[in-house]
Design a protein around this ligand. Structure first.
Ligand SMILES: NC(=O)C1=CN([C@@H]2O[C@H](COP(=O)(O)OP(=O)(O)OC[C@H]3O[C@@H](n4cnc5c(N)ncnc54)[C@H](OP(=O)(O)O)[C@@H]3O)[C@@H](O)[C@H]2O)C=CC1
Ligand SMILES: N[C@@H](CC=O)C(=O)O
Length: 361
C-alpha cells in the first residue's frame, strides 16, 4: 500500500480549478518555491491542492513547505502504481503540473484533457514522444481543457509559441535550426580541455541543467524530443525515427545500469577531447545543433562551427532557435536566451498555469 494522504474533496460547480503537482525534484521543488513567492506578491494563482512524487501523494493542508518536506521524506515504494493514482481523483477544471520525466505520467496527459483537466508540463514525453500520443493530446483539447507546454522547449523561451503564432497567421515554416539543449550548451561553452568533460557533466547535473538521466542529454534524445515538438507545431508530423541523431554517448556508458552511470561518465573524456582539439585547431567551436527542414529532413548532433556562425556565440545554458519561413526566408527570426535551469522552467510552468486559469474564468 503506498503512502497516500487523503485530501479535501473538490467542491465542483463554479469554483476555479486547483493545482496538483507531479514531481518534487529539481523542477517541482522550484515550482513550489515560486508559487509561494508569487502568492506572497499577490499574484492570483489557483489554490494548490496536493503534490506527489513517485513515493507519496501529500495534501497541502496549509503549509506547502511541510507538504513538500513530507513528500521528500517518503520512503521508496515497491509497487508499480504511482501514489497519486490511488489518491483523490482530479476534477474538471483542475490543473495538473507534470514536473516528472515519466513516460507513465505522459501517457495520462490525453486522458486528463479528455476529462476536462488542464495539463501543464515540463515533461517532453507527451507531445515530444510518439506521434500517436502527441496527436491524442491535440485531439483531447477539443473537449475544452488546455495543454501548457511552454516549458518543454527552451525552458519557456517563446520559440514554440512563436512558431504556433506564425503558422496561425498563415506563415509556412521552412526550417528551424538551433542550439536546443541548455546542458550541452553549458558544457560546450565551458569545455576548454583544462578539466575532463565528465567533471563538467557532473557539475551540469548538480546545477539542475541535465535530465534526471544525463544520457538523455548526451545522446541527443532530449534535443530530438524538442525538435519533434517544434516540427509538429510547424505542421510537420514527424516521428522520432525521422530525425537522424548522432549520440555523444559511448557504448559502455549507454549500456550502464542507472546506478553505474556516474562511474562510466569518464568514457566521454577521450572522444570529446579529440573533437575539441580538432575544432580548436580550425578556429571552430563545438555546438550541439538540431535542425529540421521541411524539404531536407531533420538531424541532431555535434558540429564544429566557425566562430562567426550565429549559433556559435552563446554563453552558459543559452539556447538559440533560428526560424526560416515564408516571412523570414533568408534572414531568420532568432529566439535566444537561457534554455535550462529550475527557476526559468518553474516560471514557464506557472506562466502557463496563470494563462489557463485566466482563460477559464
Ligand atoms: N532541469 C531543467 O532545466 C528542465 C527540465 N525539464 C523537464 O522537467 C522534468 C523534471 O526534471 P527534474 O526536476 O530535473 O527531474 P528530477 O529527477 O529532479 O525529478 C523528477 C521527479 O519526478 C518524480 N516522478 C517520477 N516518476 C513519477 C511518477 N510516476 N509519478 C509522480 N512522480 C514521479 C520523481 O519522484 P521521486 O522523487 O520519488 O523519484 C521526482 O520527484 C523532466 O521531464 C525534464 O525534462 C524541462 C525543462 C527544463
Ligand atoms: N536537460 C534539458 C533541460 C531543459 O529541457 C537541457 O539540457 O536543455
Amino acid at each position: 500500500m503506498s503512502s497516500v494522504t487523503r485530501i479535501r474533496s473538490a467542491t465542483g460547480g463554479a469554483r476555479g480549478g486547483r493545482i496538483a503537482l507531479l514531481g518534487t525534484g529539481v523542477v517541482g521543488s522550484a515550482v513550489v518555491a515560486r508559487y509561494r513567492q508569487l502568492v506572497e506578491r499577490g499574484v492570483p494563482l489557483p489554490p494548490f491542492a496536493w503534490l506527489s512524487n513517485s513515493r507519496a501523494q501529500v495534501a497541502n493542508d496549509g503549509s506547502l513547505d511541510e507538504a513538500i518536506a513530507r513528500a521528500h521524506a517518503a520512503p521508496r515504494q515497491s509497487g508499480a502504481v504511482p501514489p497519486w493514482a490511488e489518491g483523490e481523483a482530479l476534477a474538471r477544471g483542475d490543473i495538473v503540473i507534470d514536473a516528472t520525466a515519466s513516460d507513465t505520467v505522459a501517457d495520462w496527459h490525453a486522458e486528463w484533457l479528455q476529462r476536462g483537466i488542464h495539463v501543464v508540463t515540463a515533461n517532453k514525453l507527451g507531445n515530444g514522444g510518439d506521434l500517436a500520443r502527441a496527436q491524442a493530446i491535440v485531439d483531447a483539447q477539443r473537449e475544452g481543457a488546455r495543454y501548457g507546454d511552454s516549458a518543454t522547449v527552451g525552458a519557456g523561451l517563446p520559440a514554440l509559441r512563436l512558431i504556433r503564432e506564425l503558422v496561425a497567421g498563415g506563415d509556412r515554416i521552412h526550417a528551424v535550426e538551433g542550439v536546443l539543449s541548455g546542458s550541452l550548451a553549458w558544457l560546450l561553452s565551458r569545455f576548454d580541455d583544462t578539466r575532463p568533460f565528465s567533471d563538467l557533466v557532473r557539475e551540469a547535473r548538480d546545477a539542475g541543467y541535465a535530465e534526471p538521466d544525463p544520457r538523455q542529454d548526451l545522446s541527443g534524445e532530449d534535443v530530438r524530443r524538442k525538435l519533434l515538438i517544434l516540427a509538429r507545431a510547424a505542421g510537420l508530423p514527424l516521428e522520432a525515427r525521422d530525425i537522424r541523431v548522432s549520440s555523444l554517448v559511448p557504448d559502455a556508458l549507454r549500456d550502464a545500469a542507472p546506478d553505474a552511470v556516474d562511474a562510466q561518465l569518464n568514457t566521454l573524456d577521450k572522444p570529446l577531447r579529440e573533437r575539441f582539439v580538432t575544432a580548436y585547431r580550425s578556429d571552430a567551436r563545438l555546438c550541439f545543433v538540431g535542425r529540421f527542414d521541411a524539404e531536407r529532413g531533420a538531424s541532431v548532433g555535434l558540429r564544429a562551427l566557425p566562430l562567426s556562425h550565429p549559433l556559435a556565440s552563446g554563453h552558459g545554458t543559452e539556447n538559440r532557435a533560428a526560424i526560416f519561413s515564408d516571412r523570414y526566408p533568408d534572414r531568420p527570426l532568432v529566439i535566444q536566451g537561457p534554455g535550462a535551469g529550475a527557476q526559468v522552467t518553474a516560471a514557464a510552468l506557472l506562466d502557463d498555469v496563470l494563462r489557463i486559469d485566466a482563460s477559464a474564468r
